[in-house]
Design a protein around this ligand. Sequence first.
Ligand SMILES: Nc1nc2c(ncn2[C@@H]2O[C@H](COP(=O)(O)OP(=O)(O)OP(=O)(O)O)[C@@H](O)[C@H]2O)c(=O)[nH]1
Ligand SMILES: [Mg+2]
Length: 208
Amino acid sequence: MKCNQCPDSCQNKSQTSNSFWQNLWRKPLKMKSPEVISEGTIALVGSPNVGKSLLFNVLTGGYTTVSNYPGTTVEASRNYIKIASKTITIIDTPGMYSLIPMTEEERFSRELLFREPLDLVVHVIDAKSLSRMLNLTFQLMETQVPILVAVNMIDEAEKLGIWVNEKQLEASLGIPVVTLSAAQQRGIKSLTAKMANYVHIPALSYSY
Ligand SMILES: Nc1nc2c(ncn2[C@@H]2O[C@H](COP(=O)(O)OP(=O)(O)OP(=O)(O)O)[C@@H](O)[C@H]2O)c(=O)[nH]1
Ligand SMILES: [Mg+2]
């Protein structure tokens, strides 16, 4: 007998309706992922081990796609974040010490800087070795792409008695600076607020 013909009290009926819901629950929902339209691109660059990838993960909530250029095995990760209600692509690049490339990683990152239409380059530096890392900042500033300096690892620097004065460094360099700790998720809001200044916001249109 078909279950929907059972009387309401029939156990068979309730089992069938339970299994219907259980099956529905187990069935993977196939949803078409919406096409992401990026409205700007920001790259994270800097020396190896300064925390670019950790910062990328903190900003984007995880790693998604990787891209490489023909002839290289080195990769960049990309993901999207919302800044000032715009969808912005964030690129995590391989470590480089200088814009004059010595390694495959440096060549790749340099290529990316010159090939990608970037709205902003975030130069991630280690607060513990500030002066050594500013060399690359000056090289990057010569590329004419807007540069923001993210002084990372302030938690470690503070333990060593090193305090980076954000305002003073900003005034000396003439470009925006943010001090942060990707590991402790400190300074992230301040970073995204400064990034927002480089995201193109369309002019308001009025209709009368
Ligand atoms: N204490 C502390 N550790 C950090 C911070 N940011 C990153 N790290 C650690 O530093 C190490 C290097 O971080 P990565 O994000 O891999 O550095 P990277 O710049 O991407 O390195 P490459 O990809 O080799 O260029 C990891 O162990 C991180 O957990 C920070 O703000 N504070
Ligand atoms: Mg990395």
